[in-house]
Design a protein around this ligand. Structure first.
Ligand code: IP8
Length: 245
């Protein structure tokens, strides 16, 4: 059973204060992961108050690249420091975590098609480690370097590792309907298009419509849930909204 789990940037950092880890929330997530009996787990974390701050400062987005090496390094370095923090706390809790930095293993061509070597991640998993990836900057042909979000990495890992389950742990309890209740299951975007702003809703900030569409296109069932449901997700139990195309 291979599980891909993303800890959202808003879960592990204090989004209001630049470069600040949310100690309590991260420790709680780490403890839950350490207590779970999951033998093949790949983790991804978002940027929160680390990478987004520097991405804004240097004007780098998933579609706007930069050739300024110092700026690109500043974005990557902030994510590397957050990754160090996550890996260090996991190891301290007994989880055999190791870092995988997307800048060093991925690239996009001029049409934005991603190539992302999974050898290191897959081999870590088969050797009993827990690879920990993160949103990052990656080189892009003709554009310098652009942002790759944690969600894009999750989708790539889910397909490339043939994941059995995918989880997105964020600060919301799931996908909400128009009345503010969590929708238990989504199998078709049309079911939730109205609640999420319509099927044409564009999404440059990683909003819910884009997440749901991307998850529906995966081969594996995915769950969107809040931190309280993390242990249920890791135990294979229902958690938040199940998205399965
Ligand atoms: O928080 C963004 O990743 P996300 C990555 O998963 C950077 O959207 C470096 C801003």
């Amino acid at each position: 059973m291979t599980v891909v789990l993303k800890l959202g940037g808003s879960v592990v950092t204090d989004k209001e204060t630049p470069e600040t880890v949310d100690d309590d929330a991260l420790d709680r997530a780490v403890e839950t992961i350490a207590d779970a009996d999951e033998s093949s787990l790949a983790l991804v974390h978002g940027a929160g108050s680390f990478g987004h701050h520097y991405a804004d400062k240097h004007g780098v987005t998933p579609t706007e690249g930069s050739h300024d090496a110092e700026g690109v390094w500043a974005i990557h370095d902030s994510m590397r420091r957050l990754n160090d923090e996550v890996v260090g706390r996991l190891q301290a809790a007994g989880v055999p975590a190791l870092p995988v930095h997307p800048l060093s293993v991925g690239a996009r061509d001029a049409e934005s098609t991603l190539s992302f070597a999974l050898d290191s991640t897959a081999t870590m998993l088969s050797e009993g480690f827990v690879p920990v990836l993160h949103g990052d900057v990656i080189a892009q042909a003709g554009a310098g370097a652009t942002i790759i979000s944690g969600d894009e990495i999750v989708a790539h890992l889910a397909r490339g590792l043939d994941a059995d389950r995918v989880g997105l742990c964020s600060t919301v309890d799931g996908v909400y309907d128009a009345d503010g209740d969590v929708i238990p299951e989504i199998t078709d975007f049309a079911e939730v298009a109205d609640a999420l702003g319509g099927s044409e809703a564009t999404d440059v900030t990683g909003g819910m419509a884009a997440k749901v569409r991307a998850l529906l296109a995966l081969g594996a069932p995915a769950h969107i849930f809040g931190p309280d449901a993390l242990s249920a997700f890791l135990a294979g139990e229902p958690a938040g909204t199940r998205v399965s195309g």
